[in-house]
Design a protein around this ligand. Structure first.
Ligand SMILES: Cc1cc2nc3c(=O)[nH]c(=O)nc-3n(C[C@H](O)[C@H](O)[C@H](O)COP(=O)(O)OP(=O)(O)OC[C@H]3O[C@@H](n4cnc5c(N)ncnc54)[C@H](O)[C@@H]3O)c2cc1C
Length: 639
């Protein structure tokens, strides 16, 4: 049953009153959605579906189906500032000029879109998706997944993640035409072919992105024809989470659509805002191994969740006594918020707010990590064009909109071509010596073994990603009727760690989001070096052919080490790759969930989203989110 709460609040209320659910899943949208749906779907595949299990999925966001800004690959990021953006900002960043940094996050579902797709509305007009990310589909190197296991998480290694990512994805190999036009190369045997999530190359690659491969090779970077099999070092063509016809792929379409007709599934969206879990507790007994002091509560269980409906009423969704489960997939910002509001978290944060501490779990909201990004802007020579031309040339825009209806042209493109660079490609020998010294200092906020792992892998795995945005990103002057391109420089393994904690007892107050960007000296120094290096791409013959000049920052403004460090502090961006606030780690290491994704000290509460990742990868995060969903589905089924 599919219930749009804005339209059918009373139906939603009657369903909640009448049902005890086996699984209540918070939230529907995007990555988080598919755990239960995968549960259903996978069980189907194995012929063991248990349709007696009642599943409730709750999502606060609305459908983005009628909003082409969220459905067309080229429009990714356009959701920022709209009603499908949670509108997060960080707290002032002490080590980054005290600025607050944008941390937009999607608040949308696309169940209507899925319904439309089921009705066979042809692509791409079905506009079926509401996801908002940049569509980049890439995985990290094998060692980084194995390092998650080495932190004390038995079984959470490359083999498991790789199998789960392959299970989720279905590669559409590029047509011969695309190979001939743009040079796309891929090794199909490193990718899944039968999963629900379509991954494809865009049907268009801007000239500057083609040249980026050449510029990288001219600088001594290696071209990697097979970045999906456990080694992503070098420059390569990256895939997008989109269909062959250039419609963005999402978890809703991939996982929800095939099971929407099931009578055991209820999906409430467009205003199903979960406010807290109702948690009851049983006190520790003397022989309980988890008890750390006489007041420790060791077994907490959720009887259900409270849901605020669009009409302002508070409803209760019940799980079956003794067997029902609640699965949190509210993302890295909201999952710790919901746990804390429900009394699961650090007692030193909860008690002053008057929250009854059900499980004292200091790891909730801690270990927060994000990639950090700087962006440089360059002017293209005439007559070369970027997406900026779509704004100043209405004829071109109209042509491209027409082409998109056939799944062709500029609008099919969000991104492709990444350069995942190891340290020794961008630092000289004296800088490497400095790097080794800086890495000896452990910043205060990172855990010892996470720090050690990152430090020990620094020279083995990529440390910086270079990626082109096909438009102007910033700078003092934007010339009319001219096209720009930007270079995003991402530090892949920062050492700074922050936190996300509630500051009130209301779900409506955003938690305090403090990534603590650039706290570590290593992070400031390395990102400055990596950003300065980005200029070298533009000095290669391949780029000099098409680029006129650097507009932000100019050589006159920023050239010395000190100037680059200041540039980084003044212009830092978060990577939109937040992880870690409900970390998969042993409880003794400040973990929040165990290897079954169960929240420590609880009987029937799991987390299945990116908040469980204890450390970031040399990769964008959505494939890991899908993998976590696939793995969680297996755990829930006991498979
Ligand atoms: C602008 C942007 C660009 C990105 N680009 C890329 C990219 O190109 N490639 C890539 O791999 N990754 C990218 N990412 C990252 C990737 O999209 C995220 O890491 C991923 O979506 C996280 O998945 P999640 O399931 O943990 O959380 P989310 O996808 O954030 O899902 C959480 C859901 O829970 C809902 N929710 C939250 N609180 C409540 C509540 N109280 N009640 C009900 N519902 C609630 C939210 O509305 C949301 O739908 C990008 C992210 C952003 C924001």
């Amino acid at each position: 049953i599919l219930i749009d709460l804005n339209a059918a609040s009373s139906t939603g209320k009657s369903v909640l009153q009448a049902t005890n659910f086996d699984y209540v899943r918070l939230e529907l949208s995007r990555m988080g959605l598919h755990v239960h749906l995968t549960t259903n779907r996978s069980v189907d595949r194995g012929g063991r579906r248990d349709s007696s299990k009642k599943v409730l999925v709750l999502e606060a966001g609305r459908s983005g189906v009628n909003d082409s800004l969220v459905t067309v690959p080229q429009h990714s990021f356009s959701f920022i500032g709209t009603d499908i953006d949670w509108l997060y900002n960080t707290a002032p960043q002490t080590h980054a000029a005290n600025q607050t940094v944008n941390l937009s996050s999607g608040k949308a579902s696309s169940v209507k879109a899925s319904a439309r797709a089921r009705a066979n509305v042809p692509k791409p007009d079905s506009r079926r998706d509401s996801a908002v990310n940049g569509l980049v589909w890439v995985r990290g190197p094998k060692e980084e997944y194995d390092a998650i296991e080495a932190l004390g998480n038995a079984g959470w290694n490359w083999n498991r993640f790789y199998a789960a990512m392959e299970k989720a994805e279905a590669l559409n190999p590029p047509s011969q035409d695309l190979v001939d036009q743009f040079g796309f190369v891929i090794n199909p045997s490193s990718l899944g072919s039968a999963g629900p999530v379509d991954v494809s190359f865009p049907n268009f690659l801007p000239l500057q992105h083609q040249k980026f491969i050449n510029a990288s090779v001219q600088l001594g970077h290696t071209f990697n024809p097979d970045p999906y099999g456990g080694n992503n070092r070098g420059v390569f063509y990256s895939l997008s989470s989109q269909t062959k016809m250039a419609v963005r792929e999402t978890s809703e379409f991939a996982y929800l659509d095939p099971v929407l007709s099931r009578s055991n599934l209820v999906v409430m969206y467009n205003g199903a805002l979960v406010t807290k879990l109702n948690v009851t507790t049983i006190r520790a007994t003397a022989n309980d191994t988890q008890a750390t002091d006489s007041t420790t509560v060791v077994t907490a269980s959720a009887s259900g969740v409270q849901v605020s409906f669009p009409d302002g009423s508070l409803q209760f969704a019940k799980v079956k006594p003794s067997t029902g489960e609640v699965i949190l997939s509210a993302g890295t910002v909201r999952t710790p918020q919901l746990l804390e509001l429900s009394g699961i978290g650090d007692k030193n944060i909860l008690a002053p707010l008057g929250i009854d501490v059900k499980v004292n779990l200091p790891g909730v909201g801690a270990n927060y990590e994000d990639h950090t990004i700087t962006i440089l802007t360059y002017l293209l020579k005439e007559p070369y064009l970027s997406f900026d031309a779509l704004q100043y040339d209405p004829v071109l825009l109209a042509q491209q909109e027409e082409l998109y209806k056939q799944g062709k042209g500029w609008l099919t493109f969000a991104n492709s071509v990444l350069n995942m660079a190891p340290v020794d490609k961008i630092l000289n020998s004296s800088e490497i010596a400095t790097a080794k010294i800086l890495l000896q200092t452990k910043p205060p906020t990172i855990q010892q073994d996470i720090y050690q792992g990152i430090r020990d892998r620094v020279f083995d795995v990529p440390q910086v990603e270079y990626l082109l945005f096909n438009s102007f990103s910033g700078g003092p002057v934007k010339l009319p009727n001219r096209s720009y391109v930007s270079m995003a420089v991402t530090h892949l393994h920062p050492l700074s760690r922050g936190s996300i904690h509630i500051c009130s007892t209301s779900i409506n107050d955003h938690p305090v989001i403090n990534p603590n960007l650039l706290e570590a000296e290593w992070d400031r120094w390395f990102l400055a070096k990596a950003t300065a290096y980005a200029r070298k791409f533009f000095q290669t013959p391949a780029f000099q052919e098409i680029f006129e000049e650097e507009v932000f920052p100019t050589v006159a403004d920023v050239s010395t080490d000190a100037e680059w460090e200041q540039f980084v502090k003044d212009n830092i961006n978060a990577g939109y790759h937040s992880v870690g606030t409900a970390s998969l780690l042993p409880r003794s290491k400040n973990g929040v969930v165990d290897t079954d994704l169960k929240v420590y000290g609880t009987k029937n509460i799991r987390v299945a989203d990116l908040s469980i990742m204890p450390v970031l990868l040399s990769a964008h995060t959505q494939p890991a989110a899908y993998a976590i969903g696939e793995i969680a589905a297996g755990l829930i089924r006991g498979a």
